[in-house]
Design a protein around this ligand. Structure first.
Ligand code: TYD
Length: 153
């Protein structure tokens, strides 16, 4: 497979509270991407400080931290051809008001402060985020039986 990548996707506390876990996972599965890591966790402020290190000085950072620690998060690693960019498109614009209908944020959210899901924004960032959120032993290398129907062999 050309350009096989992995990306981090996290269902944020609002997505979990609103019982959207199944619907979000479904969209990745139906597209053909492969799940290689999955866990529910209460995220620590330390992890978030690293995850959002570029946003520390933003005015919304304190409320982002409160929101992201307000309840459990479901973290996943998805694998597939061009998965980083495809996932960003599937998730939609950061601001749900700008997110197209058919995207997760466009279909399930209204306000930027409650946009239900995180997705890595580049292949480089994805590698950093995956190693921040997951131990190597928590990721499973496996072959999906329908590989030949999703990709040219
Ligand atoms: P950012 O990394 O810019 O966007 P994305 O999640 O699409 O990669 O911002 C991280 C999160 O911070 C974003 O998902 C929601 C929150 N946020 C706000 O609450 N207010 C804002 O004005 C912005 C830009 C982001």
């Amino acid at each position: 497979m050309n350009n096989c990548q992995r990306t981090l996707v996290a269902i944020k506390p609002d997505g979990v509270q609103r019982r959207l876990i199944g619907q979000i996972i479904k969209r990745f599965e139906q597209r053909g991407f492969q799940l290689v890591g999955l866990k529910m966790l209460q995220v620590s402020e330390e992890l978030l400080a690293q995850h959002y290190s570029s946003l520390h000085r933003k005015p919304f950072y304190p409320s982002l931290l409160r929101y992201m620690t307000s309840g459990p998060v479901v973290a996943m690693v998805w694998e597939g051809h061009n998965v980083v960019k495809s996932t960003r498109m599937l998730v939609g614009n950061t601001n749900p008001a700008e997110a197209a209908t058919g995207t997760l944020r466009g279909d399930f959210s209204i306000h930027i402060s409650r946009n239900i899901v995180h997705a890595s924004d580049s292949a480089e960032v994805a590698q950093k985020e995956i190693s921040l959120w997951f131990q190597r032993s928590e990721l499973i290398d496996w072959e999906c039986c329908d590989h030949g129907n999703i990709y040219h062999p």
